[in-house]
Every structure is written in structure tokens, then in C-alpha cells.
Ligand binder design. Structure first.
Ligand code: DON
Length: 304
């Protein structure tokens, strides 16, 4: 497979396309990102790295961090975790409150904000230094200890986190948040403010391609069985109320973030990350989805 040739084709196709999407502005610091940024990076199990555009520039990973948080939590806990967060698609926006009331404070899945907040709560209960330990986990899976948060994005989201605070309060009223709300919110916003490049995210996502093992050292981060489950949750819940559309068009397990990133995997084949800040109305990168649809079409390599 000539991945670089295919990526070059996608690069020229994307440059002819006008995006109607909007850069996220509800976190004011994210609104400052140039809408024209575009990067794509593919890491193949057999043949290594391919990329183009701004694929080595770091951006705010936002909700892509939810996959790393779930991975770290699943490495610490077994099935008891799923008593506090379900594994069903929500069909609702990522920050919706409505289902929580009907479903007694149990979030539909770990990738909507409510579910990720429960995961943050669990990590706080289990880690000695949650922020440091989480960052060290990212350093481990990427073999890169220069990855850090953007403090401006962190402070910016802290000022506008009323909806996440509302989710936490509602879940706390049902007994599904054990720690102090301010502490959970602070840790959740911290993990979202991590910055990584497409290349770094694709490198981290190789554990979901390679049966839970790092490519570089073959160190096992998670069992094959647990990786299978994470990939299933990415497939069904990674794009909120657009999970069906992403499956339909792209056909890979993946996860998006409001920073404009999308990471996706073809187990056994490759991890791919794309970054384009303008988002469609469902909060997913518009051109990112297009580029990934072209990738699975041109390669014939989707999981379906
Ligand atoms: O909690 C939030 O709203 C953001 N920190 C993350 C949301 C996000 O990335 C949703 N993804 N598409």
C-alpha cells in the first residue's frame, strides 16, 4: 500500500474543499486557532510513519484525552468500572444533561462529558498524583516526555465550565461522584488541555492497533481483551450523536475533540490522526471526517 501517495491525493483534495464548519469558541482560547490549519498522520504497523501539512504541530487534544483516561482506568480496574458508566451510544450531544436525569446519574458511555467526568473521578480516587500520573501515562505510551498542557486553554475552559459543573452536580446527587466537584472538574479540564501533534496522537493510538502493546518496546499497556472493548466503545460512541454517520462514512473506531482533532484506528493495520479546527454542527472536525472518508475509500481499508 502506497500510503504517502494516498495521503498526497487527500492533501490536494482537501485543499480544494471549502469548509462550512466553525472553530470552537465556547472555550475562548480555542477560538484563536487558525481555521486553515490542516495536518494528517498515519502510522502503519508494518511500514511506519506518513504525513502531510501541520501534522507535527501540537494542538488541544480535548476529548481525544477521554480515550487515554479510559485506557488508564481500565488498566487499574476490571468490570466494576462499568457499574458507574455504561457502554451505550448516547445519540445526544457530548455535553447533554437530559439522559442523566432519566438514567439515575449513570452516563451512557465514557466518551460523553458526563462519562468522562466519572472516569476522572475514578482516576482521582486511584492515583496518588492524578495530573502528574496522567501526563506520565501519556509520556509512556508516546515515548515522549515533552508533552504538556496548554495553561491558557486550561484557564480559559475553567472560566466557562458551568455545564460540566452541572453534570457533576447532577451525578453527585445520584451518588455517582465520590470526590469533591471542584477537584474532579479541575482534573478533567487539565486532561482536555493537553497538546499533542497528529504524529504523537497516532503514535499513542498504536496501542489500540497493536493489541494493547507499544510498538517501540512491545510493552503491554492493556490486555487484548480490554483493547477490543475500547475499540468497540470508540466505534459506537466516539462521535456522540454523529457516531452512526462516522461509521457509515469512515468505518473505523475513532475519537474526536473540539480542538479539531480526530484519531482513528484500523486494528492490526494503522492508526491515523487528522487535525482541522472548523467543526460541523455535531462538534466534529468537518474536513477531518472528509479526509478519513477518503482514506478508507482510497485504501479499501475500513473495518467493514
Ligand atoms: O468538556 C468540554 O466541553 C471540552 N473540554 C471537551 C469537549 C470535546 O472535545 C467534545 N468533542 N468533540
Amino acid at each position: 500500500m502506497n500510503y504517502q501517495k494516498i495521503l498526497n491525493t487527500i492533501s490536494s483534495e482537501v485543499s480544494c474543499k471549502n469548509s462550512t464548519g466553525k472553530v470552537a469558541s465556547y472555550i475562548p482560547e480555542l477560538a484563536k486557532i487558525e481555521a486553515e490549519k490542516f495536518g494528517m498522520h498515519l502510522y502503519c504497523v508494518n511500514s511506519g510513519h506518513y504525513g502531510f501539512g501541520d501534522h507535527q504541530e501540537r494542538f488541544s487534544i480535548q476529548s481525544i484525552s477521554k480515550v487515554f483516561a479510559l485506557t488508564l482506568t481500565m488498566s487499574l480496574l476490571d468490570d466494576e468500572l462499568f457499574k458507574r458508566v455504561d457502554v451505550e451510544p448516547s445519540g445526544d450531544p457530548f455535553n447533554s444533561l437530559v439522559q442523566l436525569e432519566y438514567e439515575q446519574g449513570i452516563p451512557r458511555n465514557p466518551f460523553i462529558n458526563a462519562g468522562a467526568l466519572v472516569i476522572s473521578d475514578i482516576l482521582i480516587s486511584h492515583l496518588a498524583n492524578p495530573k502528574k500520573d496522567f501526563l506520565e501515562f501519556i509520556h509512556d505510551i508516546t515515548d515522549n516526555n515533552t508533552i504538556i498542557i496548554n495553561p491558557k486553554v486550561f484557564q480559559s475552559e475553567k472560566k466557562y465550565s458551568h455545564r460540566n459543573a452541572a453534570l457533576l452536580n447532577l451525578m453527585k446527587s445520584f451518588g455517582n461522584i465520590k470526590n469533591d466537584i471542584e477537584i474532579v472538574l479541575d482534573f478533567y479540564i487539565y486532561q482536555c488541555a493537553i497538546e499533542m501533534s497528529c504524529m504523537e496522537i497516532a503514535t499513542a493510538f498504536m496501542i489500540y492497533v497493536n493489541g494493547g502493546k507499544k510498538m517501540t518496546t512491545n510493552k503491554s499497556i492493556l490486555s487484548h481483551h480490554k483493547v477490543k472493548r475500547i475499540n468497540a466503545i470508540m466505534q459506537t460512541c466516539g462521535f456522540y450523536d454523529e457516531a452512526g454517520e462516522f461509521s457509515f462514512r469512515v468505518g473505523l473506531p475513532g475519537k474526536s475533540g473540539v480542538g479539531g482533532g480526530i484519531a482513528a484506528v484500523h486494528p492490526g493495520q494503522y492508526a491515523v490522526t487528522v487535525w482541522s479546527p472548523p467543526l460541523n454542527p455535531k462538534g466534529n472536525s468537518e474536513l477531518g471526517m472528509y479526509a478519513l472518508e477518503r482514506l478508507t475509500t482510497l485504501t479499501g481499508l475500513s473495518i467493514f
